[in-house]
Design a protein around this ligand. Structure first.
Ligand code: SF4
Length: 54
């Protein structure tokens, strides 16, 4: 499915139900970001909490 992507939210997670499709953008107006670490120190520590499995 191809939807209009929000150009303020670049994303390559195509497995997410909110992904815009062919473009590397999220289709949501806003997303929630968080961490699964007690003390995040690198990119891998941070997650998109708005992710929904496609
Ligand atoms: S909700 Fe998060 S993971 Fe899903 S497409 Fe948007 S930015 Fe990517």
């Amino acid at each position: 499915m191809n939807r209009t992507g929000n150009h303020c939210i670049e994303c390559t997670v195509r497995q997410c139900a909110h992904h815009a499709g062919e473009n590397n953008y999220c289709a949501l107006d806003k997303v929630s970001i968080g961490t699964h670490e007690a003390n995040p120190t690198m990119t891998e520590c941070v997650d998109c909490l708005s992710f929904v499995k496609r």
